[in-house]
Design a protein around this ligand. Structure first.
Ligand SMILES: Nc1ncnc2c1ncn2[C@@H]1O[C@H](COP(=O)(O)OP(=O)(O)OP(=O)(O)O)[C@@H](O)[C@H]1O
Ligand SMILES: [Mg+2]
Length: 367
């Protein structure tokens, strides 16, 4: 044991000695290797904004040779006119000692535009600010992929809307009509079978009840899937109208608290909020077991707030805070619709009920 410890202490001492023996030259070489081989574009600017040093990744990213960059004013080379003041602002903040992050665009030598994340770090040596480090990360591919995903989900949501409209029409026009016919036939049969014995009569009564129940469920389903008539009505009236229809069909009592002094919101925001009401009420009907629901809608100059709550059993514990893949299409779709318009969806759920809240900034106000 003791010998082992002695060996360990010995090894540690040797390592420490080796470290101390690293000469300044070695350290510089080590640092240069790290910067030269770094895949991330790095440069150093002096306080007057002239390039003091840059690595090969920087040359590759912006297509300038080191000789062209050295001592040049950086923004003359890589910043488009419309972003000059933004770039100057970034470096002024860094020169005041702040670490700055920016997600923006810069120009390559051939004029093409590259999406970059910039980290500006004050370069302080012996407590004196002698310049700034700039780290440039090319995020064009990531941005492009994000854009594609966003477009794809917008397209999927549109397809979902169309598909629902189709299913609602189909249910209403064909299946519901057939149930009406079935109901008529059974009623006729009931009359014909009168007096043929309790078993046949009970079976027919049962069947009639089943048909009526199925027709009611189908009507609720078709109603829940049906597209809103928002354009003429406006959001507040559409929600009241829809909630009334929902309450009649589902038996869930809906309390409304909708602010009336409401300007019309942009069409896509109204559609999104309506969809959340529709999807939320569908969930309340299907999952909550609650006999009542409340919808609250209010707006101020900053944001629109929509709250939809029930007094039901709450979401299963394993789903609270669940990831998108674990949830159904409903909540994931709502979240995506809200996100696409710059808003936020919050869900609070426990054994006393569930509340959905949408916080949507007013047009021109960013969160
Ligand atoms: N108001 C609610 N009360 C209780 N549980 C809920 C409520 N809303 C949602 N849930 C639970 O969250 C799950 C996910 O809801 P989501 O709307 O995403 O999917 P879904 O309703 O199951 O299916 P889909 O909406 O795709 O038809 C539901 O399956 C249900 O377990
Ligand atoms: Mg759902």
């Amino acid at each position: 044991m003791k010998r082992n410890r002695q060996i360990k202490v010995g090894v540690r001492r040797t390592r420490l000695k080796q470290k101390l023996e690293m000469t300044l030259e070695e350290l510089t070489m080590y640092l240069n290797e790290l910067i030269d081989n770094n895949p991330v574009a790095i440069l150093v600017l002096d306080p007057k904004h002239h390039v003091q040093m840059c690595n090969p990744a920087f040359e590759r990213l912006f297509q300038y040779a080191r000789e062209e960059l050295m001592h040049a004013n950086l923004e003359d080379l890589i910043t488009t006119n419309d972003l000059t003041s933004e770039a100057v602002g970034i470096w002024e903040r860094v020169l005041r000692g702040e670490k700055v992050y920016a997600s923006t665009k810069r120009r390559r030598k051939d004029g093409s535009i590259v999406e970059v994340e910039i980290y500006g770090i004050p370069l302080v040596i012996k407590r004196k600010l002698i310049g700034v480090y700039g780290i440039y990360h090319d995020v064009s591919q990531r941005k492009e992929a994000e854009m594609e995903v966003r477009q794809l989900s917008a397209q999927l949501l549109k397809l979902q809307d169309e598909e629902r409209r189709r299913i609602a029409r189909e249910l209403h026009d064909t299946t519901a009509q057939k149930l009406v016919a079935l109901n008529m036939n059974l009623t006729k049969l009931k009359a014909l079978c009168a007096g043929t014995g309790p078993e046949a009569e009970a079976a027919i009564s049962d069947s009639l009840d089943l048909v009526e129940e199925s027709a009611r469920e189908l009507r609720t389903l078709a109603y829940l899937l049906h597209p809103p008539t928002l354009d003429d009505m406006g959001l507040t009236s559409a929600i009241s109208w829809y909630a009334r229809g929902f309450a009649q069909r589902s038996g869930v009592q809906v309390n409304l608290d909708l602010s009336s002094d409401f300007e019309r919101l942009p069409r896509d925001v109204e559609t999104m909020l309506f969809r959340v009401v529709q999807e939320g009420l569908t969930n309340i009907h299907r999952h909550s077991g609650s006999g009542s629901a409340s919808i609250h809608l209010a707006a101020d100059a900053e944001q629109v707030v929509l709250e939809l709550s029930d007094q039901g059993r709450g979401m299963p514990v394993n789903l609270q805070g669940a990831t998108v893949e674990q949830l159904g299409v409903g909540i994931a779709g709502m979240r995506e619709r809200v996100r696409q318009l710059g808003g936020r969806l919050e869900i609070v759920s426990d054994q006393h009920g569930t509340m959905l809240r949408v916080l949507q900034p007013q047009p021109g106000v960013s969160e």
